[in-house]
Ligand binder design. Structure first.
Ligand code: SF4
Length: 361
């Protein structure tokens, strides 16, 4: 806890107690059954928190169960091949999270005998663990006082405090962390923090907060002042850019050419068909460009065939149009790429579009 914090002057001690009581009563009745809840296992809390970043609970459930079945302990995860970790993450997106989790597991296995530390400062030394994840592990797994602030609680606190400013600004975040810290009870911290997140997720939702049924409505300045529609944004607005890319499925008998994305590429560690940005205009120029880029990436000369399909998808701030072509092998030896059967492909972690394309084949 910081020692130089200023008072937020938001709630006095009696109101803080009443707020906590109401929130915990609500949570006792409405908490969802989630596979990582009440496990008491710091590793399970950690994995779930990493998976839940930028991903919904509904999507995470299945991934979490498969991941924990494959790697039930930190040591098992630390000893796993990265491609197996990525395979179990396939489709969940933001693969950097998986690589960081894996790297941190190795560090925990080596430096802490496979047991996650219960101190914020120690946890934040691990790859991929920032202030929020460390706070979640310390409070939820070890039941020790540590504040948390993530998308749901940022929105909740911003409304409770009627924050008119952009809640992603540093100064506002500092104040919200302070409020989160001051509200913490001395006991049952795990339940309290989970209750805050649950309330943000189920009641104080982004577009339609259910204020009449909200247990903390008496303390909500945004609601009481009728200001909800005037409050500032609580998440960063993304500006999208369009990208035109192509993927080429080069066939040699019953095998296809795939390559593992390198550390500086978007899907580092995952496998994909040769894929790149298209810069030329017009079909004839594009054809030349694609064959030249396949050769540059893999050492294979190929003859471009017809378009198989066009996939459209979004990655971070990009809206991508991906034209997928067939091609046949002409000559050359693959470098940094492999010829694999479709059955072998099913064992590898592929990018989402790579998997869609493989399924089409
Ligand atoms: Fe959110 Fe409405 Fe509850 Fe305020 S009263 S915290 S806006 S649900």
């Amino acid at each position: 806890m910081s020692s130089n914090k200023q008072s937020t002057t938001w709630l006095d001690s009696a109101n803080r107690s009443a707020f906590r009581r109401k929130l915990l009563d609500w949570y006792a009745k409405h908490a969802r059954e989630l596979p990582w809840r009440n496990s008491g296992d710091p590793y399970a809390v950690w994995v779930s928190e990493v998976m839940l970043q930028q991903t919904t609970v509904a999507t995470v459930r299945g991934y979490f169960e498969r991941f924990m079945a494959a790697f039930p302990t930190v040591d098992k995860l630390a000893a796993a091949d990265e491609s197996r970790v990525l395979k179990l993450w396939e489709g969940l997106g933001y693969y950097r999270r998986a690589r960081m989790l894996h790297a941190a597991a190795k560090q925990v296995a080596r430096d802490y005998a496979g047991h996650l530390p219960d101190e914020l400062s120690e946890l934040q030394k691990l790859p991929g663990i920032g202030r929020y994840t460390a706070g979640a592990i310390v409070s939820i797994a070890f039941d020790k006082p540590a504040p948390i602030l993530e998308a749901n609680t940022i929105r909740l606190f911003a409304r409770l405090l009627a924050v008119r400013d952009d809640a992603t600004r540093v100064g506002v975040q500092r104040r919200l962390w302070q409020v989160a810290e001051e509200l913490l009870p001395q006991r049952r911290v795990a339940r309290f923090n989970q209750a805050l997140m649950e309330l943000g997720s189920l009641v104080c939702t982004p577009t339609a907060p259910n204020c009449p049924l909200c247990p903390v409505q008496p303390w909500c300045e945004g609601y009481q002042a009728g200001l909800l529609s005037e409050l500032g944004p609580t998440t960063k607005r993304t500006t999208y850019s369009d990208l035109h890319e192509a993927a080429v499925v080069v066939k040699k008998k019953d095998r296809v050419l795939v390559r593992q994305c390198q550390a500086d590429e978007r899907w580092a560690g995952l496998w994909d068909f040769p894929r790149f940005e298209v810069t030329s205009e017009g079909p004839l120029f594009a054809e030349k460009e694609l064959a030249a880029k396949v050769s540059e990436l893999t050492g294979i000369a190929c003859e471009l065939g017809p378009l198989i399909t066009t996939l459209r998808h979004g990655v971070t701030r990009y809206r991508i149009r991906l034209d997928c072509y067939r091609a046949s092998y002409s000559s050359g030896r693959a470098t940094g790429a492999r010829w694999l059967s479709l059955a072998e492909l099913s064992q590898l972690p592929l990018s989402v579009t790579g998997r869609k394309l493989a399924n089409l084949l």
